[in-house]
Design a protein around this ligand. Structure first.
Ligand SMILES: [Zn+2]
Length: 283
């Protein structure tokens, strides 16, 4: 029997619309070979815990939702395959690498440190291990997401993708904004390059009307997934949405807090507004 796919796909209920959501960082299935050094509780603080569940109404609004089941600290689908830290490896990678600022911060394709800044491993990893993670997790996730986005684009001539994340309430020591309190939501369109401005605007305005503070591209501009799928000239629109974890969970225990139910309701209102926007755009 082949292993279970490293993602879950939730298809539209009723009339499909060209809206695809993905939650690359909410996976909680820790592989047996993930021999991290810090405690599981510490490593789990890298997750965008609950994010896929918070958007579970998406299929009722015509959207497809893809969620990763593997943890992003094992291998991060929101990083490019060249974003590898050579110092993490016991042997040569064998292909040119292009480590980004994320790798310098210890949070590239394979994380070198946990959220607290302590090393993730007591050893170096073999290149073959990292390649195996790519083959088992990163590639199937990317292929599944690309297939959904391409299929909707083929049917409708346009597609809107929301890359769903959550963020710590305050920047970590290794973030771009250490010690700074974050807005309720941060929208990332890589400075207006991954989607039409009207899409960023409708998402931002809807959230502000619901009473939330919304920042644009600060401190998160969007990374690999919106960069890969956002081609507004081809009517492929991709926006990263980061929600502040304090709105829905205790950041230490990861348990939902008193705000969880309200946030879930408000995200359903957001999806309803996005569905209306997309219907009007298709006319
Ligand atoms: Zn994330």
């Amino acid at each position: 029997m082949s292993p279970a796919p490293p993602f879950r796909r939730h298809l539209p209920i009723g009339e499909p619309l060209p809206i695809v959501l993905d939650s690359p960082h909410s996976g909680e299935d820790y592989p047996a070979d993930f021999d991290h050094l810090p405690s599981r509780a510490e490593v789990r603080r890298a997750e965008d815990t609950h994010v896929a569940r918070l958007y579970r109404s998406a299929p009722r609004h015509g959207a497809t939702l893809i969620e990763a089941t593997f943890p992003r600290s094992y291998i991060d689908p929101n990083r490019s395959l060249a974003d590898v830290d050579p110092d993490l490896l016991a042997d040569a990678w064998g292909e040119p690498l292009a480590p980004s600022r994320k790798t310098a911060q210890g949070i590239g394709l394979v994380w070198r440190i946990a959220r607290s800044g302590v090393p993730m491993y007591a050893r170096k990893l073999a290149s073959a291990e990292v390649r195996s993670r790519i083959e088992r997790c990163w590639k199937p996730y990317h292929e599944a997401l690309a297939a959904e986005i391409d299929a909707r684009h083929r049917s409708f001539g346009a597609v809107w993708h929301i890359d769903c994340h959550s963020m710590p309430a305050v920047g970590d020591t290794h973030a771009d904004d250490p010690g700074r309190a974050r807005a309720d939501f941060v929208l990332g369109d890589r400075d207006g390059t991954t989607c039409e401005p009207a899409f960023t605007r409708i998402v931002g305005e809807t959230l502000r009307d619901l009473g939330y503070g919304v920042a644009l591209n600060d401190p998160y501009k969007g990374v690999e997934l919106v960069r890969k799928h956002g081609r507004p000239a081809e009517n492929r629109h991709s926006l990263q949405v980061e929600v502040n974890r304090r709105l829905y969970m205790d950041e230490v225990t990861l348990l939902p807090n008193d705000g969880y139910a309200k946030l879930e309701r408000d995200l359903e209102k957001l999806l309803s507004a996005v569905a209306l926007f997309v219907r009007r755009s298709l006319v």
